[in-house]
Design a protein around this ligand. Structure first.
Ligand SMILES: Cc1ncc(COP(=O)(O)O)c(C=O)c1O
Length: 392
């Protein structure tokens, strides 16, 4: 690279990444092949439209790439083109979710989503996101005692509010989401069921998540860059039936929300999906989950309040504040960064502090498992976290 300034900064970031223990639940470490596809000449190509229906010439190669990414997306999740439509063009998770609402929820309609402090994502209808500005969020959350989703309260609210769409999925919820219960509720109130599996997609592909959203949902969205270990990107799946949801989704992505697809990114998605379809990835997904379980158990045994009492995924939510007996999430993340452990501060259910200095931290095991860490390493890391947070 001739640009020495950027070259140096990239080298510095690579060095930083290699020198820390990365417990950011939404990050991972992609393969050299994914990086190669991302850095390829495919970035030069404009191809507004979809394979076989483009607004530009010269698509003989990129059509093949996009079609291959679609095929591999179906294969990675064990589903077929007879039942599922796939759109691999969303630039990232937030535009993918907004595209679903744009395509399927009428103006000023209702999105039932998990509230942010209970583990939902901003794009599940929070008022600072487009999803909450153009549509109305009907929030649901967890039971204050068990800290798991309160399905009874969810159903009651859904029956009263009659949302247009219900979003099952999370950004900071450690437990299995019961898609079957969500399906029953969506059917009872007449809503579309969307699962945002951004966080746990790698576990679904690796058959390490308790349920597959594809058995129950109408729409499944996912980012590719978290547990799925691909480039920053997103995919939307739509069930094929008389409603033709896929057609509305395609129109919403392009021309509704985006212009030309990022074909270098789509090629990198295809590479990652091939990797996620291997037996090695299955082993990886199982290890991610085992590691998170050990991390949660160790921290619990050391006296920390683990939200919901444990985890069924790659993610652990720790209440570090513990009603003033511990340290705030901000203080915790700063103390951990000083000893080379990178986490993010996070709100916890029924948060009493501010989002900028909340009561907890979120931990995830996807990146460190890619580096080969196992249960023993997690025990060690839990000890390091405990020591850093207990210091007076
Ligand atoms: C559940 C969920 N959906 C959507 C997104 C948005 O993804 P992106 O940051 O790629 O826009 C995230 C990101 O953290 C997420 O956790």
């Amino acid at each position: 690279m001739k640009d020495t300034q950027i070259k140096k900064l990239i080298a510095a970031e690579v060095k930083r990444q290699k020198s820390v223990i990365n417990l950011i639940a939404s990050e991972n470490i992609v393969s050299k092949d994914v990086l190669e596809a991302l850095g390829s000449e495919l970035t030069n190509k404009y191809a507004e439209g979809y394979p076989g229906k483009r607004y530009y010439g010269g698509n003989s190669v990129v059509d093949k790439i996009e079609s291959l990414a679609q095929e591999r997306a179906l294969k990675a999740f064990g589903i077929s083109a007879d039942e599922w439509h796939v759109n691999v063009q969303p630039l990232s998770g937030s535009p993918a979710n907004v595209a679903v609402y744009l395509g399927l929820v009428p103006k000023e309609g209702k999105i039932m989503g998990m509230s942010l402090d209970h583990g939902g994502h901003l794009t599940h209808g929070h008022k600072v996101s487009a999803s909450g500005k153009f549509w109305t969020q009907i929030p649901f959350g967890v039971d204050p005692k068990t800290e798991v989703i309160d399905y009874t309260a969810l159903k009651e609210k859904a029956m009263t509010e009659k949302p247009n769409i219900i979003v099952a999925g999370f950004t900071a919820y450690p437990r299995t989401v019961d898609f079957k219960k969500f399906r029953e509720i969506a059917d009872a109130c007449g809503a579309i069921l969307m699962v945002d599996m951004s966080h746990f997609a790698g576990l679904v592909a690796g058959k390490a998540y308790a349920m597959s959203p594809f058995d129950y949902a109408d729409i499944v969205t996912t980012t590719v860059h978290k547990t799925l270990r691909g480039p920053r990107s997103a995919i939307i799946f739509a069930r094929k039936d008389a409603r033709d949801l896929g057609k509305a989704i395609d129109k919403a992505v392009f021309p509704g929300l985006q212009g030309g697809p990022h074909l270098n990114q789509i090629a990198a998605v295809a590479v990652a999906l091939k990797e996620a379809s291997t037996p090695a990835f299955r082993k990886y997904a199982a290890q991610v989950k085992k590691n998170a379980h050990v991390l949660a158990e160790e921290l619990k045994n050391l006296g920390w309040h683990i939200i919901s009492g444990g985890t069924d995924s790659h993610l652990v939510l720790v209440d570090t504040w513990m009603n003033g007996q511990g340290v705030s999430g901000k203080e915790a993340s700063e103390r951990l960064e000083k000893i080379g452990i990178i986490v993010n501060k996070n709100t916890i259910p029924n948060e009493t502090r501010s989002p900028m200095d909340p009561s907890g931290i979120r931990l995830g095991t996807a990146a460190e498992t890619t580096r080969g860490k196992k249960e023993k390493d997690m025990q060690k890391i839990a000890g390091m976290i405990h020591k850093a947070l207990s210091k007076k």
